[in-house]
Design a protein around this ligand. Structure first.
Ligand SMILES: Cc1cc2nc3c(=O)[nH]c(=O)nc-3n(C[C@H](O)[C@H](O)[C@H](O)COP(=O)(O)OP(=O)(O)OC[C@H]3O[C@@H](n4cnc5c(N)ncnc54)[C@H](O)[C@@H]3O)c2cc1C
Length: 417
């Protein structure tokens, strides 16, 4: 049987795409849409993130002065950035491109192109989850960053100026404003900035599972299937794996940080790597201590109040997708968490590591492949996959259904490097 569309990868990007395709199919001809994952939905980065939908986010990771920032970070007691020495030779070409993107003109362009997607994040999530029980998983607390020292706060000036230029809304806060928003934080934070139109997901894994449920209810299908090889024939795509084969008219490749190898089979060499990140969960009772995700700007970690308790997320680790996790990165932050939130019960419920799919310019790849104009890429959403999931899904559905979209996809093309 040939499927109309096979979406490979059931992380937030693949699942939003499958659901958007299925929702749109209801109003057009019935389509056979199959979502596949080598494990299960939300098996990758989409499970354990901080759950912030950062509407209007625009600051790329590679900014002017990045080299200086990296050097400063390396000497911080809780260094949020690490490169596994054995991985450095593999990472080097990516790092060189990443540094190159920090030139003022490129960083500004990348910010505009990121904003062109992220400014639709909240409206796209609303559209995709409208009148479903999933709306209740989207909190309205906003996104708060707090700083102890004037020096650290001032080091965000360039990013804040860029946000102002591009049109991202935020408010500057003082010590009293911070206390009003988050009374349980220790009184050590003197500076902050607040983006109030952000949403916070109360359980990212449950949101992805719920989106799959909606997709199935509308007639979509899910199968556990690991795609190892993609072949293009004049009439279809053949997806091979585990001694089996799936046939598809159109294909969406949404395999997050694992997308590089399959894209290469489709004729595209894409500088995709991974910025790995970690989380630790604290007991369920801790969730009432915060009203929204709060970023500790001094020690570079986030505390997010989720349904299951506070989740701490942190770290950018370059060690490839295959390397073993090193949970010492997240465990060593525990004293800082207690300092920030003195009433927290500092009990480790669980730890986790996930792979952010990252390109040097902080932009995703949303484009048709070189070998097939019926196979489209949707990966590389780095720190913002939860933010950009719904907007990407709706965009890909339009591109596959009509060949065009309201957002210009030129900045996200596969051959831009
Ligand atoms: C610590 C941390 C905190 C974060 N916080 C935030 C946040 O607050 N806000 C935000 O917007 N973003 C955040 N992110 C980023 C976000 O989680 C990711 O950008 C997003 O989850 C990527 O989604 P994805 O669908 O592309 O990839 P994934 O979620 O990794 O999904 C890819 C899927 O593809 C499957 N797959 C891979 N290869 C194959 C194959 N060959 N065949 C079949 N299936 C395959 C995998 O099993 C996986 O399920 C955070 C990330 C981390 C690590």
């Amino acid at each position: 049987m040939k499927h109309d569309v096979v979406v490979i990868g059931a992380g937030v990007i693949g699942v939003c795409t499958a659901l958007a395709l299925q929702q749109k199919a209801l109003h057009k001809k019935a389509q056979q849409i199959l979502l596949v994952d080598r494990y299960k939905p939300a098996a990758g980065a989409s499970f354990g993130n901080a759950g912030a939908i950062v509407n209007g986010s625009c600051v790329p990771t590679s900014m002017p002065g990045i080299l200086n920032d990296v050097l400063k970070m390396i000497f911080k007691p809780h260094n949020p950035l690490s490169i596994r020495p054995s991985y450095l030779p593999k990472l080097l070409p990516w790092l060189i491109r990443f540094m190159n993107e920090s030139r003022i003109s490129l960083a500004h362009q990348n910010a505009e192109n990121l904003f062109a997607l992220s400014k639709h994040s909240v409206s796209a999530w609303r559209e995709l989850t409208n009148e479903t029980p999933l709306e209740d998983l989207l909190g309205k607390g906003g996104w708060l960053k707090v700083y102890e020292s004037k020096n650290t706060f001032n080091s965000t000036l360039r990013a804040r100026e860029l946000m102002t230029q591009i049109g991202t809304q935020y408010e500057i806060l003082d010590r009293d404003d911070i206390r009003d928003l988050e009374p349980n934080l220790a009184l050590i934070f003197n500076y902050g900035f607040f983006q109030k139109d952000r949403l916070n997901i109360l359980d990212p894994g449950r949101l992805v599972d719920g989106l799959v449920e909606q997709f199935l209810q509308l007639g979509g299908k899910f199968e556990k299937f690991s795609v190892e090889e993609i072949q293009v024939t004049p009439t279809h795509h053949s997806l091979k794996g585990q001694g089996a084969e799936l046939l598809a008219d159109k294909v969406v490749l949404a395999t997050g940080a694992a997308s590089k190898k399959l894209a290469r089979q489709m004729g595209d060499s894409i500088p995709l790597d991974t910025e790995r990140g970690y989380h630790m969960m604290f007991p369920v009772a801790t969730k009432s201590l915060l009203n929204r995700p709060v970023v500790n700007g001094e020690s570079s970690f986030v505390l997010s109040p989720l349904e299951a308790g506070i989740r701490m997320t942190s770290q950018i680790e370059f060690a490839g997708v295959e390397g073993m996790a090193d949970y010492s990165h997240i465990r060593r932050l525990m004293p800082e968490v207690k300092r920030m939130l003195p009433d927290i019960e500092l009990k480790e419920e669980s730890v986790w590591m996930g792979c952010r799919p990252s390109l040097p310019d902080s932009l995703p790849v949303i484009d048709f492949s070189k070998r097939s104009h019926k196979l489209i890429y949707a990966f590389g959403h780095h720190h913002l996959g939860m933010t950009l999931g719904a907007v990407t899904g709706l965009l890909i559905a339009d591109l596959l259904n009509t060949g065009s979209s309201s957002i210009d996809i030129k900045p996200y093309r596969a051959n831009r490097f």
